[in-house]
Design a protein around this ligand. Structure first.
Ligand SMILES: Cc1cc2nc3c(=O)[nH]c(=O)nc-3n(C[C@H](O)[C@H](O)[C@H](O)COP(=O)(O)OP(=O)(O)OC[C@H]3O[C@@H](n4cnc5c(N)ncnc54)[C@H](O)[C@@H]3O)c2cc1C
Length: 351
């Protein structure tokens, strides 16, 4: 079989890249080994313009957020599902110092940080002493529906191989890729954290990061907002809530840990006034990197090999825009944002 492009991985990155290329009339072949705990499948799906303890504006958010909302809306129409909705963050200040920090940042970030009209609005549901602020707008993506529906579409168009990509079956030249009985012009690696072992791109500055979350029933808690106090409570599928997460830079394994569960349950018992029943607990690895910028583009020495990876904690925000940039780069020769273009690593990738 002859296709235009092979894509390895169907997380957020591979999904958006294959969608963009297929929409442009190209034939794609997506190879993805289904992993229920891949980063995209366990992510809460939040697009948040202001992050971190220092409440810093997310890189390029003025461009990335509207682009992402538009892309999820259009993609949802095609897939017959609603994939994105506005869901602001209610940020309960854990200490008087954090409240002060919010009050100082709010006038500088008027576009996104809002003061509450009534500080008592959430007392029925939460115990809090120092008030709250609101991040507005934030968006919530239904990633699992998107991945599932797109996978079905790929199956329907006979464009999916639900298997592990096997390097022994692949031969790569600057002009052509051969994989098993498939011939393609280029191959793109969208492997998430597994990309750190890719022979073409393993020199990139990946930084492994583990995250854990609980899935719980919280009857009576409104699904209109994301609630935050150190951890986030996020509306999840099937009427449940996603609660997390941890950010671990050093870890022995990717298993859910007793310590995360205990710490999170203890925090919930002090903060949440409603009963909460934990039904699931999972852990996964974010494809993070030292620069906190994506890796998008073609290999500087082997231009038939491309990458879309390094989305770290922000795949929902970054993947729609950079998948589109990469597709346009390949199809029309337009430039990729220099801070995301993998060409910035030409020296290390040429060794
Ligand atoms: C707990 C947690 C919470 C998060 N919450 C958010 C959030 O709220 N908002 C946000 O923007 N981001 C969040 N993230 C980050 C987000 O999940 C990632 O940025 C994003 O999912 C990365 O997508 P990806 O497609 O690059 O990688 P992945 O989702 O890891 O996808 C890679 C795919 O490639 C497949 N694959 C890899 N190697 C092979 C191979 N050799 N053969 C076949 N298939 C292969 C894998 O099975 C997988 O399906 C969170 C991450 C975690 C862990």
């Amino acid at each position: 079989m002859v296709v235009d492009y092979i894509i390895v991985g169907q997380g957020l990155a591979g999904t958006f890249l294959s969608w963009n290329l297929q929409r442009a009339g190209k034939k794609v072949w997506v190879i993805d080994q289904w992993q229920p705990r891949s980063a995209s499948r366990i992510a809460s799906g939040v697009i948040n313009p202001i992050t971190g303890r220092r409440m810093v504006r997310t890189w390029m958010i003025e461009t990335l957020m509207p682009f992402a909302v538009d892309a999820y809306t259009k993609f949802g129409h095609e897939l017959g599902a609603s994939l994105v909705r506005q869901c602001n963050i209610i940020d309960f200040h854990p200490t008087p110092q954090m409240k002060l920090a919010f009050l100082e940042r709010a006038p500088e970030e008027k576009e996104f940080l809002k003061l509450p009209v009534d500080e008592n609005s959430w007392r029925e549901y939460f115990e809090y002493d120092f008030g709250y602020g609101e991040t507005d707008p934030c968006w919530l993506v239904d990633i699992n529906t998107m991945l599932k529906n797109w996978r079905q579409q790929l199956e329907y168009t006979q464009s999916l191989s639900p298997t592990i990509f096997n390097w022994a079956d692949c031969s790569i030249s600057p002009q052509e890729i051969r994989y098993q009985d498939i011939k393609a012009g280029k191959i793109f690696f969208c492997e998430g954290a597994a990309g750190a072992d890719n022979p073409y791109f393993k020199m990139l500055p990946y930084a492994r990061n583990k995250g854990e979350a609980l899935i719980a029933e919280i009857p009576g808690l409104p699904r209109t907002h994301i609630f935050k106090q150190g951890i986030n409570i996020v509306p999840w599928q099937d009427g449940l809530f996603w609660i997390g997460s941890s950010f671990e830079w050093e870890f022995k394994d990717l298993l859910p840990s007793e310590s995360f569960r205990k710490k999170t349950e203890q925090h919930l018992s002090r903060w949440l006034k409603l009963p909460c029943r934990v039904l699931d607990h999972f852990a996964g690895e974010r494809p993070a990197n030292m620069e906190r910028r994506p890796f998008a583009g073609l290999h500087p020495v082997m231009p038939s090999v491309g990458i879309l990876n390094g989305m770290g904690t922000k795949g929902c925000t970054l993947a729609p825009y950079f998948a589109n940039q990469l597709a346009e780069h390949v199809l029309q020769g337009t430039a990729i944002e220099p801070l995301a273009d993998v060409k910035r690593f030409t020296r290390v990738l040429s060794r």
